[in-house]
Design a protein around this ligand. Structure first.
Ligand code: SF4
Length: 484
């Protein structure tokens, strides 16, 4: 046992992992508990108050649980004076303590890299500049953001609103503005969708949460109340409380906007609260933030999206990580985001595909990005690409195809109309099509009818050939390499 194992009692407790570092169990896997809390009775463990009271809130507590170098501890001590820290035992238990680059640890544990800010900003999205009333950001025509608290159950190290949530003393309590925020929404009939956020609105005292939700419910032009929360991710026990579910359900217009970034966050506890929320009539969506070292690879992102669907959460957005002070080490390139998106669309169920967005500087709002599927265009057709790399001529208007006779090759042939499709070599789909055509042909032969393998129709016995598709028609698709 090494020093860290002795401190934490984690020796011999490793969960089997695959080469990519992800547990073998598909999430939601098994409940996990760090040995420090091994003997806590289940009733207490499942109690959100106990989880909150026992959250790790200091570097002093962290050093008992994770190995750090003296230099790291010194830097973390300085950061602690500036930024809050909170990790409930449940969420901490998801960390592999032997992996300094563990994706749960990266999201929740103070890193010395947070001191390395250069070009990042305190308010990268200019939310405060688009704020007609303290707490409200009105940017889009029909929706507003309403910030109701600065408290969170876990302080995400990359938080865009860090200036309000994590910075110590960064924001006054804004309860004096509660009425003003509601009045603003009431006075603006164009507002249809209110994103109730924070901090985390599910940390609000219940009477305060009721105040917001009942008022919003009673405004006729508000159709949707979106609760933006990481409570299901970091403290799902809070949603074991039936009173909280009832408060949310009573507001009738509530949608839950969750925030999961890694497949390991989808646990049996999360599955349980998703069931409760769905039974109470609330649709569940997720946004993720693209974070270096956490989820910036295709395999992890696919696993996360599949896990979300398994518990009936619809993936909605992947946000590019904002340039917020102290979070530069989480930022990847936009190309990385596009590379991941290229591996999702077409490869996975459409239900699993989120929109990848960059939240623009200067308050420009969300700008969706995706790989290019429009390859070329002429006056009467466009050339589109699918996920396999197939290039297809697509004529949207209702007019006859005119084939221009200009000798040409490749994509240009699709524009002239000489060809309608170019298929990449080695297409799995075409191979499947060939196999099924051969199977059908074999069945027809054994029944004494249908085309033979060369596509010649068998006689019916009455002298006429059957009018079935010829084999060439079923199989004919030119290949991109070595065009025919
Ligand atoms: S829960 Fe949301 S608001 Fe709170 S720290 Fe995390 S990202 Fe920021």
């Amino acid at each position: 046992m090494n020093e860290s194992e002795e401190r934490t009692g984690l020796g011999g407790q490793r969960v089997p992992v695959m080469e990519c570092g992800i547990e073998e169990d598909e999430p939601p896997g098994k409940p996990r508990r760090h040995p420090l809390w091994r003997n806590v009775p289940k009733k207490q463990w499942d109690d959100w108050r106990w989880q909150s009271q026992n959250a790790i809130r200091s570097v002093r507590q962290l050093r008992e649980l994770l190995p750090f170098t003296p230099q790291e501890l010194e830097a973390m001590g300085e950061l602690e004076a500036e930024f809050k820290l909170a990790i409930p035992p449940y969420y901490f238990s998801l960390i592999d303590v032997d992996d300094p680059n563990d994706p749960i640890r990266l999201q929740s544990v103070t890193s010395p890299l947070e001191a390395n800010s250069s070009y990042e900003l305190a308010d990268p999205l200019d939310e405060d500049k688009d704020s007609p009333v303290p707490g409200i950001t009105h940017r889009y025509p029909d929706r507003v953001l309403m910030v109701t608290t600065h408290v969170c159950t876990m302080y995400c190290r990359f938080c865009t609103r860090k200036r309000a949530t994590m910075v110590r003393g960064g924001w006054d309590a804004i309860s004096r503005d509660d009425e003003r925020m509601i009045d603003y929404i009431r006075e603006h009939p164009e507002i249809r969708d209110v994103i109730v956020s924070g901090g985390d609105p599910l940390t609000l005292p219940y009477n305060k949460l009721r105040f917001f939700l009942e008022n919003l419910r009673d405004i006729p032009h508000v159709d949707v109340i979106r609760i933006g929360t990481r409570v299901p991710t970091t403290l799902p026990q809070k949603l074991y409380d039936k009173e909280l579910i009832d408060i949310l359900a009573a507001a009738e217009k509530v949608w839950i906007q969750m925030h999961f970034n890694h497949p390991r966050e989808i646990t049996p506890e999360v599955a349980r609260v998703c069931k409760s929320l769905l039974r109470a009539g609330m649709p569940l969506n997720n946004h993720s933030v693209l974070l270096k070292g956490v989820n910036d690879d295709l395999a992890t992102m696919r696993q996360l999206l599949r896990a979300l669907l398994r518990v009936k959460i619809r993936p909605y957005y992947i946000f590019h990580c904002d340039p917020v002070t102290g979070a530069g080490h989480f930022r990847t390139s936009v190309w990385k985001g596009l590379e991941i998106l290229e591996g999702l669309r077409g490869h996975m169920s459409g239900l699993a595909i989120p929109t990848y967005v960059v939240d623009s500087p200067h308050g420009g709002g969300k700008i969706p990005l995706m790989p290019n599927y429009l390859v070329s265009a002429s006056d009467d057709a466009v050339v589109l690409r699918n996920f396999e790399g197939m290039l297809v001529r697509y004529q949207a208007e209702d007019k006859p195809t005119t084939v221009r006779r200009t000798p040409t090759r490749g994509v240009s042939q699709l524009l002239t109309g000489a060809k309608s499709v170019l298929m990449p070599e080695g297409s799995e789909r075409m191979a499947r099509r060939r196999r099924s055509v051969r199977t059908i042909a074999a069945q027809r032969r054994s029944n004494g009818c249908g085309p033979d393998v060369n596509g010649h129709a068998a006689g019916r016995g009455d002298g006429r050939a059957e009018s079935r598709p010829r084999m060439e028609e079923l199989l004919s698709l030119p290949v991109l390499a070595g065009e025919r």
